[in-house]
Design a protein around this ligand. Structure first.
Ligand code: ADP
Ligand code: MG
Length: 364
């Protein structure tokens, strides 16, 4: 199912009465989600992700704009007629019902032609349970399950009516780190097996980057950028997006362009053809540094952190906006641990320039 959002907007009266006025939770969101894709809706807390999802499933009505499923306007359609399955952030299961009853719950109230017998309901529930690999747990109560298993029940419940669109609102936030990793792989597998168009809301960039076909980065209700995860990482449109994606995060410096050369502090560090003279904000990805005794860019060496395959060189620089500069180099490279200064050559593709006033990207 193709999902189209057209100028989708939601305004709320401000919860903070002292401030008053309106909060624009989602601000003219335009996007066409291709059939069968897994799309990540990504942004910091409060940027409007849940509100966007609630409008798509029909639990909140937009202040402005339209929603189309396969070309049909569903903006005014009640949630139960939209063919969507939802897993909420707090995936409340009914504690007094068994896993089987929890999964069949959405099937109980079907009317007319859609009405199912007990046996048919069970069949569908078992099918959904198999998909999320909990078919051995059907007779248990939720409190007899681990957090990860409960989450799977919630996903099975969302899948049991064979939705055309699956909406997941921070589905992994209640799980511990290890389970999060495993469950996100599961979600990817289930999505690929079923081919259901899926929207996955998260504030965790790594989660979104690792399993989605496409990400939408939001800030204060506004879409900043839409693209394949790697494209957005390599080519962020502004400083916000550049800072939001990547671990360790991008290193940010104050710099200046003079005669098509980039200067950071007293050093001329890179050629930037076509860029006019101006103050710039410079982003350098951790993998953008190459150890080089004759390199143009120098930092004050602090320490080395060994992480198996890679080595992180931690250093400081007067013009860095963060407290430290983190650069990742391959473990084969030897770092002189007694050095005061460390020199790098910068990889041009990993150096991103932004307008110091507007934060917009400057290409070179
Ligand atoms: P996210 O899911 O990205 O954390 P939300 O969509 O929950 O963000 O919220 C977006 C903004 O809208 C926030 O500023 C939030 O306070 C506000 N908001 C959400 N729901 C309501 C509501 N029912 N009434 C008033 N403000 C709301
Ligand atoms: Mg939310």
């Amino acid at each position: 199912m193709k999902v189209q959002l057209e100028n989708l907007t939601k305004k709320f009266p401000n919860r903070n009465k002292k401030v008053g006025g309106e909060v624009v939770a989602v601000d003219h969101f335009n996007f066409e989600i291709p059939d069968g894709e897994l799309v990540g809706l990504l942004g910091p807390s409060g940027c409007g992700k849940s509100t966007a999802l609630f409008m798509i499933c029909g639990l909140q009505s937009p202040t402005e704009g339209k929603i189309y499923f396969d070309g049909e306007d569903v903006t005014k359609l009640p949630p139960e007629n939209r063919g969507v399955g939802v897993v909420f952030q707090n995936y409340a299961l009914y504690p007094h019902l068994s896993v089987l009853q929890n999964i069949t719950f959405p099937l109980e109230n079907l009317k007319g032609e859609e009405k199912l017998t007990k046996e048919q309901m069970r069949e569908k529930a078992v099918e959904a349970a198999k998909l999320v690999q909990i078919e051995e747990l059907l007779e248990r109560r939720p409190n007899q399950l681990s957090g990860g298993q409960q989450q799977r029940v919630a996903i099975a419940r969302a899948l049991v009516k064979r939705p055309k669109v699956l909406l997941l609102d921070e589905p992994l936030s209640n799980l511990d780190a290890r389970l999060r990793l495993q469950t996100r792989e599961e979600i990817r597998r289930i999505q690929q097996e079923t081919g259901i168009t899926t929207i996955f809301v998260t504030h965790d960039q790594e989660e979104a980057m690792s399993i989605t076909d496409r990400i939408v980065v939001m800030k204060r209700g506004k879409v900043q950028q839409i693209g394949k995860p790697q494209e957005v990482y390599d080519n962020p449109v502004n400083l916000f997006v550049a800072k939001f994606l990547g671990t360790p995060p991008i290193n940010i410096f104050d710099g200046e362009v003079r005669e098509e050369k980039l200067w950071i502090g007293e050093e001329e560090v890179l050629s930037v053809p076509g860029v006019t003279d101006q103050k710039v904000t410079v982003g350098i990805r951790p993998e953008g540094f190459e150890l080089d005794e004759k390199g143009a860019f120098s930092c004050e060496f602090s320490r080395v952190e060994v992480m198996g395959r890679d080595v992180t060189v931690v250093s400081t620089h007067e013009n860095c906006q963060g407290t430290t500069v983190r650069s990742i180099i391959q473990a084969e490279n030897k770092v002189d641990l007694s050095a005061k200064k460390i020199r790098f050559t910068l990889k041009p593709a990993k150096v991103l320039l932004f307008d110091a006033a507007t934060d917009d990207r400057i290409h070179f």
